[in-house]
Design a protein around this ligand. Structure first.
Ligand code: NAI
Length: 361
């Protein structure tokens, strides 16, 4: 046989193709390091293949199958694995990777909330990530969601294609002179703040660690941000503290007619409370690149399937909600930077150099 297919509850989750060749770019005498690349898409392979010749001896086997408990054993014989935001790297998976001899987890993304760092440390597996591959890519997508949800460009496009040139249902609001509230002013939040400033907005922000050097925005408390912002954009990481930061209570503090955008992590918003808020007409528009329950859907073509998640269906049913599939990072520049840093992380590990992108508990 040439492939095996993983089914969960009769649904095809992913396919492991034995016929795809391993990308090897080594010279004789190089220390070979074998990495199994889970959840590979053609675009991933394209950007890694392009840069691989610059990292002799780092070899990749690209497989479509994502990393779950059921697929962790495929890593037998590999020094490391490479995974993305939608992989399951919980305790049992880390244990299985350890049993298979894996010593390195290369996250080809910034977030690592899906990795059990404690288990990795326990088994002596190093976890490395790509801390900032293109903050602008995500921030520009956040603004694209604001504009789409606010000005209904997703609907206008379809209407025009159907020769429907009427404007009903397409009215938006100006952003100029309105207040943008940025939650988390790290790399992406700062890029988003600059974009909002460029739109002529007043920018306020909330962060646990305010950046004193930013003179074009004003730091306020979270409550003040919630109650005065016309646009709220989330850019803090998902932690125990930020889990369900946006809930019934915080939504009740927001201005009526607020625009809410989340390009950070789905778990920041309690979806049931968001849905209740949308039904209460609290929001003018909502833009979501990330959402709870996304991990089994994102990056897969589910157009022929009957989706089991009613939450996502309900969100999609609202006329003022625009959703994308965790694609904020998806630009040529970002994919180049992801491939470059991941390859460098692997080379640093192999060569015993300082692991500057290591994630620890
Ligand atoms: P960063 O680490 O540069 O910035 C995060 C900021 O959030 C920091 O300033 C930090 O002090 C702040 N923060 C931490 N806890 C907070 C809290 N409880 N309340 C308020 N602020 C808090 O991270 P970066 O690169 O800006 O990324 C932000 C998030 O964006 C990532 O954690 C990731 O979840 C998400 N992301 C989404 C992508 C997408 O494709 N949609 C791609 C890349 C990242």
């Amino acid at each position: 046989f040439s492939y095996c297919t993983l089914y969960i509850d009769s649904r095809e989750i992913s396919r492991y193709d034995f016929t795809k060749p391993c990308t090897y770019t080594g010279r004789k005498g190089d220390t070979i390091m074998k990495i199994l690349f889970y959840g590979a898409k053609d675009y991933d392979q394209q950007f890694f293949d392009k840069l691989a010749p610059e990292y002799p001896g780092i070899t990749f086997k690209f497989i479509e199958a994502n990393l779950y408990e059921e697929t962790a054993s495929l890593a037998k014989g590999y020094d490391g694995i490479c995974a993305f935001v939608n992989a399951d790297i919980s305790t049992a998976v880390v244990k299985e990777l350890h049993i298979q001899g894996v010593r390195l987890i290369l996250m080809r993304c910034a977030g690592y909330n899906n990795v059990d760092l404690k288990a990795a440390a326990h088994y002596g597996i190093k976890v490395l990530r790509v801390p900032g591959y293109s903050p602008e890519a995500v921030a520009e997508h956040a603004m694209a969601l604001v504009l789409t949800a606010n000005r209904h460009t997703h609907k206008a496009y379809i209407k025009c294609r159907e020769n429907n040139f009427a404007l009903n249902g397409l009215m938006g609001v100006n952003l100029y002179k309105k207040t943008a509230g940025i939650v988390g002013t790290g790399k992406i939040g700062l890029a988003m703040a600059r974009i909002c400033r460029g739109f002529g907005m007043r920018v306020i922000a909330y962060d646990l660690y305010p950046n004193k050097e930013l003179d074009f925005l004003e730091y306020v408390s979270l409550d003040a941000l919630l109650s005065t912002s016309d646009l709220i954009s989330l850019h803090c990481p998902l932690t125990e503290e930020t889990h369900h930061l946006i809930n019934e209570d915080s939504i009740s503090k927001m201005k009526d007619g607020v625009i809410l955008v989340n390009t950070s992590r789905g778990g920041l918003i309690k979806t049931e409370d968001l849905i209740a808020g949308i039904r209460d007409h609290k929001f003018f528009a909502v833009g979501l690149d990330v959402y709870e329950e996304e991990s089994e859907l994102v990056y897969e073509d589910m157009s022929e399937r009957i989706l089991q998640s009613s939450t996502i269906q309900r969100l999609l049913s609202f006329p003022n909600v625009a959703m994308t599939s965790h694609q904020g990072f998806f630009t040529e520049e970002a994919l180049t930077n992801i491939a470059e840093t991941t390859l460098q992380n692997a080379a640093d590990f192999r060569d015993g150099k300082e692991l500057k992108n290591q994630v620890t508990i």
